[in-house]
Design a protein around this ligand. Structure first.
Ligand code: FAD
Ligand code: SF4
Length: 509
């Protein structure tokens, strides 16, 4: 009797209980398939990094004595779809059982459930042993509430998991949230930590991907891939972040700069989302750093909130909202993405940098994703579904369960405010305060009207004008609407005219 166990490309945790003992009757199967490279167009580095890490796990399992069947993208025996490949392998091994781990993506979850259900032999799903919450935990916590406040969920998680809490259930430092300490711009000091990540030459792998005809975009940089390919590398990188990045993570969490693309961010999302690292160990290392006096509480709390709070929370939103979450579009936005999303060629310096960096590195940090690219997209009325596909393709850490709620919900407010308490939009003033982008930009950050006025400015006021019915009652937007309603009618009409002309020239901006 032989059992096949499927390992998906984001299930690369060598500590999973499956691998606890070597069993001669079990064959682990991993496959690089067009089904997974082609559901959206992906950044070249994302495809390379995932395949490289899959190959590394397969080598490790074989080294440990497990039986492994690996299908490369350019293997003539590869049928390029998961069900077809499993069918062929079940027949090849004369298998009597099939198992897979709980997928994180709705699409794959449905596909594998349907596949297992129609098999004549026993098929079953195992847990992925990765998250701190179950798929439906957020839904249970928020049962009956119209809005799902992350902060509420996060405090529950702190208590349930005993993270940064003192005896008696009080938050460490007397506060649950230190966000107000975490909004400094960065002006060159402290220096950005040195990037210690190992580089790998995956030119041969990239040649195989290209030969297989996979379409992609972005800079492949195949000879210098920096994304970790195994758990050991991910752990080394985690240690380096805790040592050099974490102490400053808090203050500069929202900062952006043309000369420092990662600032004090961890760059751990790829290792976490492919499950090389467990969120619990990342959170524990960060908390230990605070308890040892190595990093201040506001930085550690801010970092932990992203993982224990946001990451688990968006997953809960995703499972509660699927299928159909990707169709939300409360503002009815339908403008296609301008072509500069694929080459970064725009005169807007903030977008040139944020998109350019995304295309070069398959990564941009949170505020670039939210307050530059997402901000502009919402103000300009870009189609949220097309934008979701772009985000899902471009970032090395993009998997639908985390990308979709962040794009459709947090960034585009397309779900009408289930997840975000207000739309995350700004004019040039915020971008100028938090970055050095506006200095040297073709556009005038102060001007609202005219050819060279910063496009964000008129679009910003026009967005609130156009959506006053829906948004003016939102308490968090009281100040914005007071300012808008205090403007004289001519100024408001001029803003609307300017915004309309900006929307007509998106391609040329
Ligand atoms: P750090 O800033 O160091 O944060 C630490 C960790 O916290 C991250 O590695 C990540 O695991 C977690 N985290 C932080 N913010 C979030 C968040 N909002 N939601 C969930 N987890 C979070 N993150 C992804 O992992 N995949 C995506 O596809 C993705 N798409 C996004 C799309 C948009 C429009 C926005 C606004 C955000 C998106 N994020 C996504 C969240 C966040 O931007 C990235 O997790 C982060 O930039 C990754 O870089 P880092 O590891 O250096 O993060
Ligand atoms: Fe961006 Fe406007 Fe600043 Fe230019 S002036 S960098 S377009 S916010």
């Amino acid at each position: 009797t032989t059992t096949l166990r499927l390992i998906l490309g984001d299930q690369l945790n060598p500590l999973h209980s499956w691998f606890g003992e070597v069993r001669a009757e079990v064959v682990y199967i991993l496959m690089e398939v067009r089904q997974e490279t082609d559901y959206v167009r992906h950044h070249a580095q994302k495809i390379i990094a995932i395949f490289a890490a899959m190959r590394a796990l397969a080598r490790r399992l074989e080294h440990d004595g497990h039986r492994v069947h690996y299908l490369r993208i350019d293997d003539p025996a590869n049928l390029q779809a998961i069900p077809a490949n499993i069918d062929a392998l079940l027949a090849h091994y004369g298998a009597t059982g099939f198992q897979y781990q709980e997928p994180d993506e709705y699409r794959l979850d449905r596909q594998l459930a349907a596949y297992a259900a129609q098999l004549a032999l026993p098929g079953s799903m195992a847990g992925s042993e990765h998250f701190l919450t179950t798929r439906d935990e957020a839904e249970r916590i928020f049962a009956g509430r119209p809005q799902w406040l992350m902060e509420y969920f996060y405090r529950q998680m702190r208590l349930v998991h005993g993270v940064l809490v003192e005896p008696g259930g009080k938050p460490a430092g007397g506060q649950w949230n230190f966000d107000h300490d975490n909004r400094k711009p960065w002006r060159g000091t402290p220096p950005e930590p040195f990037d210690t990540r190992a580089q790998h030459d995956h030119a041969a792998l990239w040649a195989g991907i290209e030969a297989a005809g996979v379409a992609s975009f972005g800079r492949p940089d195949a000879a210098r891939i920096v994304w970790p390919q195994d758990r050991a590398e991910a752990l080394t990188h985690l240690d380096a972040f805790i040592e050099h990045g974490l102490p400053h993570f808090g203050h500069y969490q929202d900062a952006m700069h043309t000369t420092a693309t990662r600032l004090f961010h961890s760059m751990l999302s790829f290792a976490l989302n492919t499950k090389m690292l467990h969120p619990r160990e990342v959170i524990a290392e960060a908390e230990d750093a605070w308890r040892a006096g190595h990093a201040p509480l506001h930085a550690v709390e801010g970092f932990i909130r992203q993982i224990l709070g946001w990451r688990e929370y968006v997953r809960g939103v995703y499972w509660a909202s699927m299928p159909g979450y990707e169709q939300h579009n409360v503002f009815g936005h339908d403008t296609p993405l301008p072509s500069w999303f694929w080459d970064g060629k725009t005169k807007m310096r903030c977008l040139r940098h944020a998109i350019g960096q995304s295309l070069d590195d398959a990564h941009a940090h949170h505020i670039q994703r939210l307050m530059i690219i997402g901000n502009f997209s919402l103000l300009a009325g870009l189609d949220p579904h097309a934008l979701h596909q772009w985000y899902l393709g471009v970032y090395v850490d993009a998997f639908e369960w985390v990308e979709m709620p962040n794009t459709i919900g947090m960034s585009q407010f397309a779900d009408g405010g289930l997840l975000a308490t207000k739309p995350y939009v700004s004019s040039a003033a915020y971008i100028d305060r938090m970055s050095d982008y506006c200095k040297g930009c073709h556009y005038d950050k102060k001007a609202r009207l005219g050819e060279t006025a910063c496009p964000f400015n008129a679009l910003y006021w026009d967005f609130f004008e156009r959506n006053a019915d829906r948004l003016s009652g939102n308490q968090r937007l009281g100040m914005v609407y007071r300012n808008l309603f205090n403007m004289d009618q001519d100024a408001r009409a001029a803003c609307a005219g300017q915004a309309a002309s900006v929307r007509l020239r998106l391609e040329q901006l």
